[in-house]
Each structure stands twice: as structure tokens, then as C-alpha cells.
Write a protein that binds this ligand. Structure first.
Ligand code: SAM
Length: 272
């Protein structure tokens, strides 16, 4: 199937290009973001500017990160540099910390990140963005609904997994509303949702060794039908399970965030 032509631009599938075209949905998203003059905001993947235009109107100035050279040329023709700062390139490699106004967790204005994200890179981009949480005020994204359901999933549900635990560890998250395929040109095959992510204060995070926490969560969900005794063999033996008060016959999807933090902190002490 050939790429779809939208507003004189041929939408590129490899860049996950589905452009928002429904003015009511665009208004609802902008209202949900609540841009305030003085906010330091970056939009990932401005595309043809559906959200960029109302954001610049309300903020005065906006940073954008875009990979498609044709779209970058159009953005340059539309706005002058005092209104838009265009960061050309791959958002997966972009240093979002460089836009935070002041040191992470300091007095400066923290960054607000928004975007109708390219769905083909949703998971890696969420993990990349999580690294900058300390300098971020909030993030509001459109993603495919199935991914948002996994992000906000509770323990014991089918959607609950590594993405849920790793993001809920760092962010308070809420699904705001759904957006049907007809709101885009070309229309994607799937339903989309808007999600808001607000970084939790550093003192609430709890894992003494975050790298170990991440490795344990990854292992626990690596083989979904296996019990913790099997998936966490590398980290824990029977005595450790007794020490943290967990049944080794459970599966990862039963464990709460607090359980994962308790396991990681126990292992951090034990492996020291
Ligand atoms: N914001 C526009 C809208 O709502 O109509 C476009 C959204 S479209 C789903 C995704 C946008 O992200 C496109 O403009 C695409 O070129 C851009 N994009 C894709 N991959 C990217 C990447 N790795 N880094 C930066 N931008 C990317």
C-alpha cells in the first residue's frame, strides 16, 4: 500500500505518521495540556503542526523535536525562530535534560513534554523519557490505547507487565480520554488514548539500586507463565522469598510495585 497524501505531504509509515485532523479532538488535547505562558514545553513529532499551532499561540514559544526533513522545512516556513526552536533528529537520542531550565530537581522551571507520539517507537521513547523525569514537570501524550492500558494497568490484570511497573515506579499516570481512528489522516488501524504522566518526587521512589530493580522487573516478566521461583532464580533462593514474605509459586503479574521494591532492596543488601 502506498503512503497516504495529507496536506501536500506524503505521510511516511516508517515515521509513524498519522496526522490529527479533527479540530474538536485537537481542542480537547490542548485543553488537557493547559499550556500557560512561561511554560518551557517541547513537542515530540510536530508533524504538520496540528498541535504546534495552538501551543505556540498560547505559549509564545515552543521547542519541537522532529525527524522528517520535509516536515522540518515546512515548520521553518511557518514560524520564525523566536516562536519555535526546532531540534532536528531522533527523539530517541535527544537529550531532553538540555531543555530543562536549571538543574534537575532545582529551582528552575521544569520541562513539560507533549506529543502525538509515533506509535512504532512508543515503548522505547517512554523508557528514554523516563530517564529525564527529575527535570520534568509533566508529560501528556497520545499513544495507541493498548499501550496506555498497559501503562496504567493494576497488578493481576492481563495488561500488567514490565511497562506498567517501570513507569508507575517513576510517574503518577492517568488515562484522560480515547481518540478514534477517524480523527487522523491517514486513519490508524487502532484506537488511541491520551495519557498524562507526572513524575513522583525522588524521595517516594524507594529502590536503593534502580538498575537492580529494573533487572528484577524485566526477569519477572520475561517468561510470563513461569513462577517467581523460576524467573528470579538468578536473584533469590527460598530463604530470600521467606525474608520478603512472598510466595515463590506466584507469577510476576501478581506482584505490586511495593513487592518489587521490597525484592530489589532485599537483593541489593544481600548481593552487596
Ligand atoms: N503531531 C502531529 C499530529 O498530531 O498531527 C504528528 C503526529 S505523527 C503520529 C508522529 C510525528 O513524529 C511525525 O511528525 C513524525 O515525523 C515524527 N517522528 C517519527 N519518529 C520520530 C523520531 N524518532 N523522532 C522525532 N520525531 C519522530
Amino acid at each position: 500500500m502506498r503512503d497516504h497524501e495529507t496536506g501536500g505531504h506524503r505521510a511516511r509509515k516508517r515515521f509513524g505518521q498519522n496526522f490529527l485532523s479533527d479540530p474538536n479532538i485537537i481542542r480537547r488535547i490542548i485543553d488537557a495540556i493547559r499550556p500557560q505562558p512561561g511554560d518551557v514545553m517541547v513537542e515530540i513529532g510536530p508533524g504538520l503542526g496540528a498541535m504546534t499551532a495552538p501551543l505556540i499561540e498560547r505559549l509564545g514559544h515552543l521547542h519541537v523535536v522532529e525527524i522528517d526533513r520535509d516536515l522540518i522545512a515546512r515548520l521553518r516556513e511557518t514560524w520564525t525562530p523566536d516562536r519555535i526552536t526546532i531540534h532536528e533528529g531522533d527523539a530517541l537520542k535527544f537529550d531532553f535534560g538540555s531543555l530543562a531550565d536549571g538543574p534537575p530537581g532545582g529551582e528552575g522551571r521544569r520541562l513539560r513534554i507533549v506529543g502525538n507520539l509515533p506509535y512504532n517507537i512508543s515503548t522505547p521513547i517512554l523508557f528514554h523519557l523516563a530517564e529525564f523525569a527529575a527535570g520534568v514537570k509533566d508529560m501528556t501524550f497520545m499513544l495507541q490505547k493498548e499501550v496506555v492500558m498497559r501503562m496504567v494497568a493494576e497488578p493481576g490484570t492481563e495488561e500488567y507487565g514490565r511497562l506498567s511497573v517501570m513507569l508507575q515506579y517513576r510517574f503518577r499516570m492517568g488515562r484522560l480520554f480515547d481518540v478514534p481512528p477517524g480523527a487522523f489522516r491517514p486513519a490508524p488501524k487502532v484506537m488511541s488514548s491520551i495519557v498524562r504522566m507526572v513524575p513522583l518526587p525522588a524521595e517516594q521512589l524507594g529502590a536503593t539500586d534502580e538498575d537492580l530493580f529494573g533487572r528484577i522487573v524485566t526477569a519477572a516478566f520475561g517468561q510470563r507463565r513461569k513462577t517467581l521461583k523460576n524467573t528470579l532464580r538468578e536473584f533469590m533462593d527460598d530463604v530470600d522469598f521467606v525474608a520478603v514474605g512472598l510466595d515463590s509459586g506466584l507469577r510476576g503479574e501478581r506482584l505490586s510495585m511495593a513487592d518489587f521494591v521490597a525484592i530489589a532492596n532485599h537483593c541489593a543488601v544481600r548481593h552487596r
